[in-house]
Write a protein that binds this ligand. Structure first.
Ligand SMILES: [Zn+2]
Length: 441
């Protein structure tokens, strides 16, 4: 009797699951993994919303996620092969049908993490997204990263100097008396070789300038896509890296990249990273797109305190500000009042300096290519809202224009753009030397 009762219940359970399969079964349409030093993101995209529970274990470090209403499918299994060996956080992923209609993902970790798990409603080309952001328990500090990078560069310069000197001494030892190698007479020996007095002198007259470079979009947010399939996020990263190398080749300048990989950084975090390193400038790099494929040329934008300088500028600012929606921000976690406080701070001086920087950059870009707008335009770009850092957004060219898309892809044009931006930065500092500040990096 008892047994029959059990069978009956089991039977109805199966029947129930069969019915709910039709009503509630979600289909995974894509899985994506975005590894980066800041955090690694895993995205499951589905045709209906997914519900998930998660927990973290230590020793070994794992993130376990149970997704409801899901059957194991080949698309979902693809996640296993999408983890890269150099992922900073994920060692591997396993998926299995844990219970009927519950899929379990076990993410084996390389270090402890503080995960954020959230869902995103359909937007742009995406359907429903379930997102796991795997942040380190101690967040990456852009200032510490910059200091480490600077020390590393100095170590390399010192090693090169030692090699050159060693070679020179060898040659003298062999009786080959030639002039010392040029590198030994370099005008800017590494800081560690300078006396404290020399270092103090230099910092007063010529302190280190920090330029924040902000390649637009990234990760889940591809930005604009050209007719040949070129993604804005890729070309702007390539241009930013070329500009970074030019900045870092200057003896008194360092570049800080808000992203140096293909991952999404929320707009507010881009601003915060620049403020954390007390950047002297903030340059956001983008590629424009418009419905008319003939639109062409570069343009430069600054923040506006009241209203945009044109309807087109307002339209563009709205489009760029939508990056957070496409890229995917965990709304529950984002700190709304900090954002508001940042926006309410006075920006008049910042805007004046931004316009000067913008004009300097626009002048040099005009020498290498066509300009879309002959003067710096203004609108309410969220990414330009650091109240204390002159900030511009450069639309390098129209990726939606077939010819300019090809230019944006070419290393030669990327170099020309980086040169033009570098010359604009130099020009700005010639006219507006950086002010002294208390803290030295
Ligand atoms: Zn953009």
């Amino acid at each position: 009797m008892k047994r029959r009762h059990f069978l009956h219940r089991a039977g109805s359970l199966v029947l129930l699951l069969g019915a709910s399969d039709i009503a509630w079964g979600a289909t995974i349409v894509a899985v994506r993994v975005w590894p980066a030093p800041d955090y690694t993101r895993v995205t499951l995209e589905s045709d209906t919303p997914l519900q998930a529970r998660h927990f973290v274990t230590s020793q070994p470090d794992r993130l376990v996620v149970d997704v409801d209403g899901l059957e194991l499918s080949p698309t979902l299994r693809e996640i296993v092969g999408k983890v890269r060996a150099d992922d900073p956080y994920i060692a591997g992923v396993r998926v299995g049908q844990n219970q009927p209609r519950i899929v379990r993902l076990v993410i084996d970790l390389k270090q402890p993490i503080a995960p954020q798990v959230f869902t995103l409603a359909p937007v742009a080309d995406y359907q429903h997204r379930l997102v796991f952001d795997l942040y380190p328990t101690v967040p990456i500090d852009p200032l510490m990263a910059l200091i480490r990078e600077k020390e590393e560069a100095e170590r390399r310069a010192q090693a090169a100097l030692n090699d050159a000197l060693g070679e020179f001494i060898d040659r003298i030892g062999r009786g080959n008396h030639t002039t010392p190698p040029a590198v030994a007479a370099a005008p800017n020996p590494p800081a560690s070789r300078r006396s404290d007095a020399e270092a103090g002198q230099r910092s007063r007259v010529n302190r280190l300038i920090i330029v924040a470079l902000d390649p637009g979009h990234g990760g889940e947010d591809p930005g604009a896509i050209g007719p040949a399939g070129t993604r804005e996020k890729d070309v702007v990263l390539a241009i930013a890296r070329r500009l970074r190398d030019r900045i870092n080749a200057e003896p008194n300048m360092r570049a800080m990249m808000t992203r140096d990989a293909d991952f999404f950084v929320p707009l507010r975090q881009r601003v915060e990273k620049a403020r954390r390193v007390q950047a002297d400038l903030f340059i956001s790099i983008h590629a424009d797109a418009f419905t008319n494929p003939n639109a062409r040329g570069a343009s430069v934008y600054a923040l506006s305190e009241r209203g945009a300088t044109s309807e087109a500028a307002r339209w563009l600012a709205n489009k760029e500000n939508a990056a957070d929606i496409v890229g995917g921000v965990n709304v529950k976690h984002s700190d709304a009042h900090v954002l508001r406080a940042l926006m309410d701070m006075s920006t008049t001086a910042q805007i004046n300096d931004s316009l000067k920087l913008g004009s300097a950059v626009l002048g040099h870009i005009g020498k290498i290519g066509r300009l879309h707008k002959p003067r710096v335009e203004q609108a309410g770009f969220a990414v330009l809202k650091a109240p204390d850092i002159p900030s511009i957004l450069v639309e390098t060219a129209f990726i939606s224009n077939r010819e300019e898309e090809q230019q944006l892809r070419s290393a030669e044009y990327q170099d020309q753009l980086a040169d033009a931006l570098m010359n604009g930065i130099r020009r700005y500092f010639q006219k507006n030397p950086p002010l002294a500040r208390n803290r030295q990096l």
